[in-house]
Design a protein around this ligand. Structure first.
Ligand SMILES: [Zn+2]
Length: 330
């Protein structure tokens, strides 16, 4: 399976590689620095210094825990769509809207041609990768989700907006590849909101990843997967990163009916709960996955980003994933 593709890219991973979806909680000093920066009380350099310190903290933590494929923790991001909208041409910041739960964000507005002019994430990726010899994932928000979570005042159709974004996001992927990233994750959490648009998501992803020498992952978030499965297997990526634990592993029933054909980053701990799972619970979940999916295809990670958990909870949940993966290897 794709462990072979990784080997060809020069990355040797153990069975059941462990990773994270992307975000970690921001330490208090970084929360404060972000608030101070928003009020013009500190400079961009001071904010970035706090971001680097927090990134280093999480890289060290992941190494200590023994995670195999690291993430930078997204210390520089607020919202996953607004961050990219701020860094691409063609967007304006919109008013505050409420999204899931009690979270508010500035919904971006597409007012002009969307254009990638400079790398968005590459410097942070390079910094994170410079701190470790383990592979660090490149991480981007996908074109469909950026389109779906923005107002579109420029393009005649959602499809036009999405495909225009796909061509620009590809440039960021190319820049990451050029910088040396071998594992790149394109998040499409909006994937299951409008099942009739799955062909568009597939078309856009193909534009983003086609022909590029990297191992691609896509995180599809919460949602009604039953409405887009097995169609979502068409996505031009090697690995789908899926929330499994919060829904009681329901998806495995779908996988029994129609064979799952990609690698999977199997969400093995619930990120919405403060309760830290015992690693025996995590192992049980993984054993159930192994009844349906070949073991060479299974990666282990939390259901979703850990940014809403405390630093301590995030570490404990990651630790449970690593411990369970190690136990299974033996
Ligand atoms: Zn998610």
């Amino acid at each position: 399976m794709s462990l072979e593709k990784l080997r060809q890219l020069g990355i040797d991973l153990p069975l059941f590689p462990t990773t994270s979806v992307g975000s970690f909680p921001k330490p208090d000093y970084l929360q404060k620095a972000r608030a101070d920066y928003a009020k013009n009380n500190i400079s961009r350099e001071e904010l970035d210094a706090a971001g680097r310190k927090a990134t280093e903290f999480w890289i060290r933590k992941q190494e200590e825990l023994g995670v195999d494929v690291l993430v930078d923790g997204e210390m520089y991001r607020g919202d996953m769509v607004a961050y990219f909208a701020e860094h691409l041409e063609g967007f304006e910041e919109g008013g505050l809207v409420r999204s899931y739960g009690n979270r508010y964000y500035h919904k971006p507005i597409i007012r002009g041609e969307v254009r990638w002019e400079n790398p968005v994430t590459v410097e942070w990726w390079k910094y994170a990768q410079s701190l470790t010899s383990k592979p660090v994932k490149g991480m981007l928000t996908g074109p469909y989700t950026i389109m779906d979570w923005s107002f579109n005042e420029k393009y005649p159709t959602r499809r036009d907006a999405c495909l225009a974004l796909a061509r620009e996001i590809r440039k960021e992927v190319e820049a990451l590849v050029k910088a040396g990233a071998k594992i790149i994750q394109i998040d499409e959490p909006a994937s299951s909101v409008r099942p009739e648009e799955l062909p568009l998501i597939v078309e856009a992803m193909r534009i983003v990843t086609a022909g590029l020498p990297a191992y691609f992952i896509s995180h599809l978030c919460y949602g009604a997967f039953e409405t887009i499965y097995p169609g979502m297997l068409e996505l031009a990526v090697d690995n789908l990163d899926l929330e499994m634990s919060n829904s009681g592993l329901d998806l495995l029933e779908l996988f029994k009916k129609h064979r799952y054909t990609k690698d999977i980053s199997f969400g093995a701990v619930d990120v919405h709960s403060h309760v830290v799972e015992d690693q025996s619970v995590v192992q049980q979940r993984l054993r159930r996955a192994l009844e349906v999916i070949p073991r060479e295809a299974v990666w282990v990670d939390p259901d979703c980003g850990l940014k809403t958990r405390s630093v301590e909870e995030a570490i404990a949940k990651l630790n449970a994933c690593v411990a369970a993966a190690r136990a299974l290897r033996n």
